[in-house]
Design a protein around this ligand. Sequence first.
Ligand code: NAD
Ligand code: G3P
Length: 327
Amino acid sequence: MGTGSWGTAFAMVLADAGSEVVLWARRQELADAVNTTHENPDYLPGVRLPDSVRATTDPAEALAGADFAVLVVPSQTLRDNLAAWAPLIEPQTVLVSLMKGIELGTAKRMSEVIEEVTKVGPERVAVVSGPNLAKEIANKQPAASVVACADEAVAKRLQAACHTPYFRPYTNTDVIGCELGGAVKNVIGLAVGMAAGMGLGDNTKATLITRGLAETTRLGEVLGADPHTFAGLAGMGDLVATCSSPLSRNNTFGMNLGRGMSLAETIAATRQTAEGVKSCESVLDLARRSGVDMPIVEAVVDVVHNGRPTQEALRALMSRSAKPERR
Ligand SMILES: NC(=O)c1ccc[n+]([C@@H]2O[C@H](COP(=O)([O-])OP(=O)(O)OC[C@H]3O[C@@H](n4cnc5c(N)ncnc54)[C@H](O)[C@@H]3O)[C@@H](O)[C@H]2O)c1
Ligand SMILES: O=P(O)(O)OC[C@H](O)CO
């Protein structure tokens, strides 16, 4: 459900692992292009999709008889999308979130939104998260990921459904940790992009990545995640990919701000979903509700939403009081 870059690349993974895949697209021209040219010209031009991938604009057709319904729209639209799709979801269908965001206003993770809107229990809701830049996966470059579900048997079924020679999924039952790892890394990716755009080097980037992971882990522990998850693919793995890649929309967005572009110019230059731009506010909201200090996230919110110059936000971070590393 979603024919953007990651939805299309993951459809390819599922098809290469042996499934028949029906993509739901919003626009008829895009569905037609997928069906006639076996390519998604808007989001993954030049990538040939397997014949077992087809597209439709009819959600009922996409969801009919599905073993898995893979949800991959922008996080902030999921609730509205699901309200329309919920009556079409069949009792055997496992709902899979590929999204990396936190809902504004409620500070809920995507699996929480899914359970709330569809009334489906956690044993039928799974998450896939890891260092998975869509373009690299679509080009079949080797990568690993985490398939998380409270029910390990369901995680194993999904693992089998997306295991290919180039995509290696590991199972986990820590849904909270995997979702937080994916959502917060986008915010840290913005911060690292800003630093790079300001001309700062690898020490600064490594500092932001490491302390970013520390604040993600702090939040996760309070919310019931397994801290080990953050040392894995959905934590450190995804953070490294996002913070080092020019393909990352969040990293690039931050870099444009760091170079001095205004927020309006940066938004205008960004065609695809950079989840951290909105989720930095909801992550900060979640942190405050949970009584967790997340200074890097706070600095990103200040720059992106409160107009604070990047230099000033950086100075504020560096002038925080000294403390032991593990706190
Ligand atoms: N692209 C990646 O490399 C990648 C990798 C892993 C996870 N993700 C996550 O996947 C999610 C989707 O990202 P993407 O990269 O596919 O985004 P994208 O910008 O490439 O595509 C977004 C898709 O959502 C659709 N869409 C936009 N507004 C909508 C609405 N109101 N209702 C329904 N559909 C709407 C668009 O038409 C498009 O098909 C995000 O949460 C992102 O963090 C992306
Ligand atoms: O392009 P980004 O910044 O949304 O990152 C894409 C993926 O989440 C990387 O795993």
